[in-house]
Design a protein around this ligand. Structure first.
Ligand SMILES: [Zn+2]
Ligand SMILES: [Zn+2]
Length: 252
């Protein structure tokens, strides 16, 4: 049986317009940043690694002036994957695989903390990060880590329990994770869909790499929800996040 733990990695505060382009100027919103631990009999998997700890004390130094001016970091010490894993009695060395949904600063900021893990990233994301370094922060991802380039769907343990699902559009090689444990099915959407409202209304945020492909990815996620009974766990949905069991309590 799988266990799935939602790990809190702090929050971001920013102009609502960044998420909802039709929103009025001057409205602010706060969104959670998350990481997920999946305990599979053949190894532990971490989905995304949140924001680097230094961003809490020196946002401009770590994230650069532009990102730091757009996003306020609302995190306490320990609200990062290493701190959250410690609450479950785990160390970074216990993680076999890290999945990066994509290479934005709030999804791969603590990659360096997992030097013994194998990192599963879509080939298209690695290629995009190498070809267009300005879109990403090399400090977060361009490290001597064991990156494995994945091309398309990938069944991590070969038993159908954890399947990487390409959901491009937000970035060139974005991916989500489909979790199947008996009747319980989840997709960790990452930023393929920020919130339920984005999915319901097919809202594309300002920061979209390819609108047509993002719409396609959202349609695919919607169809998994509506036709296959999959629960979507959105990338930055405060309302959903607050209702989820978190930390030690497994989702299944
Ligand atoms: Zn993103
Ligand atoms: Zn994000």
């Amino acid at each position: 049986m799988l266990r799935v733990h939602a790990l809190y990695c702090g929050s971001l505060e920013f102009e609502r317009k960044l998420f909802f382009p039709a929103s009025a100027e001057g409205l602010r919103m706060v969104a959670p940043v998350s990481s997920y631990l999946i305990v599979h009999p053949q190894g532990k998997v971490l989905f995304d690694t949140g924001i680097h700890c230094d961003a809490r004390t020196d946002p401009a130094g770590r994230l650069g002036k532009r990102i730091a001016s757009l996003f306020g970091i609302r995190s306490q010490a320990g609200e990062d994957p290493v701190g959250q894993l410690a609450l479950l009695g785990l160390k970074p060395g216990d993680i076999r695989y890290v999945v990066n949904s994509h290479f934005h600063f709030d999804h791969c900021g603590c990659n360096a903390s997992f030097p013994r893990a194998q990192f599963l990233v879509q080939d298209a994301e690695l290629a995009s990060a190498r070809a267009e370094p300005k879109r990403y922060d090399a400090k977060d991802w361009d490290l001597p880590l064991a990156y494995r380039a994945i091309d398309g769907e990938h069944d991590i343990f070969g038993d159908g329990a954890l399947v990487l699902l390409p959901t491009p559009g937000h970035t060139a090689g974005h991916q989500s994770l489909w979790i199947r444990a008996g009747d319980a099915q989840f997709v960790l959407t990452g930023d393929a869909c920020y919130t339920r409202e984005h999915l319901e209304k097919t809202i594309l945020p300002g920061n979209t790499f390819d609108a047509a492909r993002m719409t396609e990815s959202m349609n695919r996620l919607r169809s998994l929800r509506d036709r296959r009974g999959v629960t979507l766990l959105y990338g930055h949905d405060a309302e959903q996040w607050h209702a989820l069991p978190r930390g030690r309590k497994s989702l299944i």
